[in-house]
Ligand binder design. Structure first.
Ligand code: UDP
Length: 426
């Protein structure tokens, strides 16, 4: 993966304002236990690594001593953790006894090889959860389990196994309120993910570059462009997108782009892709684009060139593509699932839909009412500025750290103009 450069806090000031930067410093200055360690299972690929790559330098700039380690895995371990991941998200009893054994075996090795002595430890997702065994008896450390996946309806065997570890942490963090659990004995915080406005995926682009991308993919810049960027996955309902588009295009000439990557190791992706191709057969106005991984600038350009962006998911984690589209002031029509309703207030910062017909109706309406589309886009961008940028996520992590340390800081926070804990983190 091509790593992009990390940014300085001052570079975010024109976007989020000086107050936010000052608040971050105020909070960080009040944390006496300065060392912070993030642990996950990969340095590249996936949203967790991407956000850590940007967050860790920002924490250091704030005077914390932040670092990032990965646990080691091998094929059997990652098979086990992938199975756990699927079992946790789908509720299916697919884990085998050897998956649990492999998890424990590799955890024991990692416990031996990786020494964790930071004041605050963020353990990301289930893979490294077993590292909690290294917590020193009577130590002043704080261990936080940061869960990025939906564990609201997990397979009970995997969840019971995992909960043994998780209940030993000081706190957990989930990405959406409905992902929380009522059977954990530790505090649970809500910290939704975020996007980085300075990243290649989101930064401003020259129109000449956008035009180049349009002509590379043979897209007609004269007609309204409707776009969904997603992996080829049933959960993203690409067939539903095509059906909705077909309804609208009977009345208004427009073009559809369904763009996404195809991972070699995802057989379902291939199957979905071929069904999508079939559904689009014979249609010159439907463009199914295979976008290579790490094409952040191209995805940015396609989003920016769009008149409307769809994310018609039927199941979703947070839905980063929604935040990315809203940040570009695009009117977004998206499935009312997962973290999407956190980002879209229906009729104010986009439209939430439940059906193909609903999506088609909203598309038609927005194409006929560009002033409404522009207003939704404007509100959507402000909602992202306020709630889903990396500076807010950094602030929330600091708030969690503070709240796990110093109850006496509450009055300082209350008078500092910082968001109240109940506004941001609960
Ligand atoms: N994405 C990408 N290339 C693709 C499809 C998606 O880079 O071909 C990006 C997309 O811009 C977003 C992320 O991958 O940043 C997908 O995150 P999201 O939460 O929307 O869905 P997930 O794929 O995690 O279910």
């Amino acid at each position: 993966m091509m790593l992009q450069k990390a940014h300085k806090l001052s570079e975010y000031e024109p976007i989020v304002g000086q107050q936010v930067i000052d608040d971050l410093h105020t909070l960080a200055d009040n944390i006496n236990q300065k060392s912070v360690l993030h642990v996950n299972s990969t340095k590249s690929g996936g949203g967790v690594a991407e956000i850590l790559f940007r967050l860790v330098p920002l924490m250091n700039e704030l005077g914390l001593n932040a670092s990032w380690e990965i646990i080691k895995g091998d094929q059997l371990f990652f098979e086990a953790t992938k199975t756990f991941h699927n079992a946790l998200q789908t509720g299916m009893k697919i884990a085998k006894p050897q998956n649990f054994e492999e998890f424990e075996r590799k955890t024991t090795e990692n416990l031996r090889d990786l020494r964790i002595d930071a004041d605050t430890v963020f353990i990301h997702d289930p893979q490294p959860a077993g590292m909690i065994a290294q917590r020193k008896q009577g130590s002043d450390q704080r261990w936080i389990w940061r869960c990025h996946i939906d564990v609201s309806n997990p397979a009970s065997d995997v969840w019971t196994f995992l909960a043994k570890y998780i209940n030993k942490f000081d706190a957990s963090i989930f990405s959406a309120p409905q992902f929380g659990r009522n059977d954990l004995q530790i505090p649970q915080f809500l910290v939704p993910p975020s996007i980085d406005p300075l990243a290649d995926k989101n930064r401003e682009l020259p129109q000449t570059y956008i035009d180049r991308v349009l002509s590379k993919y043979a897209l007609n810049a004269e007609k309204p462009l409707i776009t969904q960027i997603s992996r080829f996955d049933y959960a993203k309902d690409p067939i539903g997108v095509i059906e909705a588009f077909k309804l609208v295009s009977k009345h208004i000439e427009c073009e559809l782009v369904l763009g996404g990557s195809l991972a070699d190791d995802d057989p379902e992706g291939l199957e979905v892709h071929s069904k999508v191709l079939k559904a689009a057969e014979g249609r010159k106005d439907i463009h199914i684009l295979l976008i290579p991984p790490f094409s952040d600038l191209e995805i940015n350009a396609l989003q920016r060139a769009s008149t409307i962006i769809l994310q018609k998911s039927v199941k979703e984690g947070f839905g980063l593509t929604v935040a990315e589209a809203l940040w570009k002031s695009k009117p977004v029509i998206a499935g009312a699932t997962g973290g999407i309703p956190l980002q879209i207030k229906n009729g104010l910062s986009g439209y939430l839909v439940h059906t193909v017909e609903g999506a088609a109706y909203r598309m038609h309406y927005l194409l006929r009412n560009p002033d409404v589309a522009a207003r939704l886009g404007r509100y959507g961008r402000e909602n992202v500025r306020e709630n889903f940028l990396i500076t807010r996520q950094l602030m929330d992590y600091l708030l969690v750290m503070v709240s796990l340390r110093r109850k006496e800081l509450a009055p300082i926070l209350a008078s500092s103009g910082l968001p109240k804990k109940s506004d941001r983190v609960q």
